[in-house]
Design a protein around this ligand. Structure first.
Ligand SMILES: [Zn+2]
Length: 223
């Protein structure tokens, strides 16, 4: 029997120790229980708060958006289109029209390739548009003259200013001319019997087809 007690005691001791440990564990577990759900809730709430809100469906604004209209122009040079002026001040009276002449004068071509603007000697003659000088003279027909090449509405146009006073036209081929710039003074050099400005419009370069400058100017001059 004596031999069994120690055995029995030794058998009980670990059992009690186990029970005591188990009780402590259970107590600790229940002691912690109130905290576990609380902390769990906080974590859940913070996760929900930091979670990105669902994207709201896109709703088009009530006000219709007016898209800007694309700039429409046929050519970059159109910006210069409106800057065309009469080549001479005053009433632009025509003393000899473009085309076939009913009467010929010494040195005059039967076909008049320009229009003659009346003007007293010394009247200022100005460039009808921006351009570059492409031909200058004197010669026996046009006298002291210059031709200016322009790019108007995307097309090359040449204007001619003739019978200018000697010494009044200082330009050379290649010079740049601005619209309204003085290019000479009315005179009667070359085949002219009275002071006037012989003015031509050619649809192209210096030898291109000449057109009646009066309706051409009427259609193009804006100021
Ligand atoms: Zn003429």
């Amino acid at each position: 029997m004596h031999q069994h007690r120690p055995l029995g005691l030794s058998f009980l001791r670990p059992k009690r120790a186990h029970l005591a440990f188990g009780a402590m564990t259970v107590t600790a577990f229940f002691a912690c229980l109130p905290m576990i759900p609380a902390s769990a809730e906080i974590v859940v709430e913070s996760v929900e708060a930091s979670a990105p809100a669902p994207e709201p469906a896109y709703v088009a604004p009530d006000v219709a958006y007016a898209a800007p209209e694309a700039a429409v122009r046929e050519d970059y040079t159109v910006t210069h289109y409106s800057v065309i002026q009469y080549p001479i001040a005053g009433d632009h009276g025509i003393i000899s029209s473009f085309g076939n002449r009913s009467t010929s004068c010494a040195g005059c071509a039967a076909f008049h390739s320009g229009a003659d603007f009346g003007g007293s000697s010394g009247t200022v003659v100005t460039a009808m548009a921006d351009g570059v000088v492409t031909q200058v003279g004197p010669d026996s027909s046009l006298g002291v003259y210059l031709k200016i090449e322009h790019v108007i509405d995307g097309q090359t146009i040449t204007s001619t200013y003739a019978h200018l006073l000697d010494g009044s036209m200082p330009f050379q081929v290649g010079d740049t001319i601005a619209v309204g710039q003085q290019v000479g003074l009315v005179g009667m050099t070359g085949a002219a019997t009275a002071p006037h400005l012989h003015f031509e419009i050619r649809l192209g370069g210096i030898y291109a087809t000449a057109v009646n400058p009066v309706p051409w100017l009427a259609a193009h001059v804006t100021g």
